[in-house]
Design a protein. Structure first.
Length: 208
């Protein structure tokens, strides 16, 4: 068996491009379970947070798994509940999922979720007018093994509490500015709460 690395799939491999790793109905259900686990952790650490948020900017609607109000600013969390082996490719924007350890020679190519979360950061910054005090976290809540390159870009769910408590190198926001940004987020999240179907239609149109 060949070593799984951060390179292009081996010659003869079957390759399929998907919207997200193993994106089907069963996987979506598992994904929601991962998001619920993150939500429970955020409740336990008593941090104000918003879950399943829809925001709109000049590029349209986007859906964000969690936004957390932290002492220093805002954390934007994208949760993935992958299985198999997740590794990078030569293209930074593309990762791949494989199940070689169970005998499959098929690879699924999908958007790097770190890049996916850049879109969410842009929407949060648009709504709040904040810049440096909006930070990204990509949380892995599933059983997937990862390459070193992927490992260095994600947070395992077992370490989420530690990650969100780490003091950043930037200065803290004044309380009034952070609270104003949070209030703006809550207003927009409430206003867009019924637009999930519209968001799905936008995604379908972009994929065509």
């Amino acid at each position: 068996m060949q070593t799984l690395t951060d390179e292009a799939p081996s010659a003869g491999a079957v390759i399929e491009e998907v919207e997200d790793a193993f994106d089907n109905e069963a996987a979506l259900k598992v994904g929601k379970e991962g998001e619920l686990r993150v939500d429970r952790i955020l409740n336990r650490v008593a941090m104000d947070h918003l879950t399943d948020v829809y925001l709109e900017d000049e590029r349209g609607l986007t859906q964000i798994d969690h936004i957390v109000k932290m002492p220093w600013g805002l954390g934007v969390i994208e949760t993935k509940t992958y299985g198999g082996f997740i590794s990078g490719t030569r293209n930074y924007q593309v990762w791949k999922q494989s199940f070689r350890l169970v005998g499959s020679n098929k690879y699924y190519l999908f958007q790097n979720p770190v890049c996916q979360n850049f879109r969410h950061l842009a929407a949060v910054r648009h709504v709040t007018s904040l810049k440096d005090h909006v930070s990204s976290l990509v949380v892995f809540a599933g059983s997937a093994h990862t390459s070193r390159r992927v490992h260095n870009q994600i947070v395992r769910i077992n370490y989420l509490k530690t990650a969100i408590r780490q003091r950043p190198t930037i200065d803290y926001l004044p309380d009034w500015k952070r609270d104003a940004a949070w209030d703006a987020l809550k207003r927009h999240a409430y206003a867009n709460s019924g637009r999930s179907a519209e968001h799905r239609e936008q995604l379908k149109r972009r994929a065509q």
